[in-house]
Design a protein around this ligand. Structure first.
Ligand SMILES: [Zn+2]
Length: 270
């Protein structure tokens, strides 16, 4: 059965932070891969809230699986407001990193805690299984194979790659790199049909000393990665809130058709 990829949140940092960029989106990182019986979610930024409130019948999914890249707010802030967690009829598996010796459930439980929320993680109604992503080489979700790649980002972060037959979707967000992109990352995304890529910075900003260590990449590095890895299309996302609307439009217009500035709500085949 065919899978569709959908971008529910393409902004970095903080949801709803900038009216000027509304044309591209207002929600933070969340992407789904879905067909009639499987739902895979990458990251639970505020974009995931819209997914939960969509008119999709979630009880039809045999599997609902969530992969978290890391725990910075823009990748998890939608979690407490994700309606699927409050549905007792759903089975959900979460794969997320360990952090400083803590298991993923222990880290996530910090989010579901007074005084930030009037409840704790054990009060969620869905049947949720928590996994540490480090314990798996490849995670199989029905006929999808999902692999991870550790990127250079403050704390910890994993990029993910989804394979089905010869279709590959690479979710590469939140990564710092030197002037050259790591060969092993090029190998990881090789022959992708579609890449979603962290383009938080413009190329001019990327190597400014003040942004060193922020753990992000740029438009042109994504495009180079696409060419070097023999990949087909790239969606440039994780837009920084300091970005100007005209900068995004300029990149959109200056680049070929297979280089797409990611917009909230975009959908494409796996
Ligand atoms: Zn981020």
């Amino acid at each position: 059965m065919k899978y569709k990829v959908k971008l529910w949140g393409v902004m970095g940092s903080c949801p709803g932070g900038k009216k000027e960029l509304l044309e591209y989106g207002s929600n933070t990182s969340s992407v789904t891969i879905m067909n009639n019986n499987t739902l895979v979610i990458f990251d639970c930024g505020s974009g995931i809230v819209g997914l939960g409130h969509s008119d999709i019948d979630f009880t039809k999914f045999k599997k609902i699986v969530i992969f978290i890249t890391h725990y910075h707010y823009d990748h998890i802030i939608g979690m407490p407001f994700f309606s699927l967690f409050y549905n007792p009829n759903l089975n959900i598996s979460i794969y997320a990193p360990r952090f400083q010796g803590l298991n993923s459930k222990d880290v996530l439980s910090m989010l579901f805690k007074e005084p930030f929320l009037p409840m704790n993680i054990n009060q969620l109604k869905a049947n949720i299984e928590y996994n540490n992503i480090e314990d798996y080489d490849t995670v199989k979700v029905n006929d999808l194979e999902i692999d991870k790649f550790r990127t250079d980002h403050p704390g910890i972060n994993y990029a993910y790659r989804v394979k089905k037959d010869n279709h590959i979707f690479s979710y590469i967000t939140d990564l710092e790199h030197s002037k050259e992109i790591d060969e092993s990352l090029i190998e990881f995304v090789r022959n992708s049909t579609n890449i979603y890529y962290d383009s938080n910075f413009t190329d001019e900003e990327k190597y400014l000393p003040r942004y060193e260590g922020w753990g992000h990449s740029s438009h042109s590095k994504g495009i180079k990665l696409m060419f070097d890895s023999n990949s087909k299309n790239i969606y440039l996302g994780h837009h920084g809130l300091h970005r100007k609307l005209k900068e995004l439009i300029e990149v959109d217009e200056a680049t070929p058709e297979n280089v797409i500035i990611a917009k909230e709500g975009m959908e494409f085949d796996l």
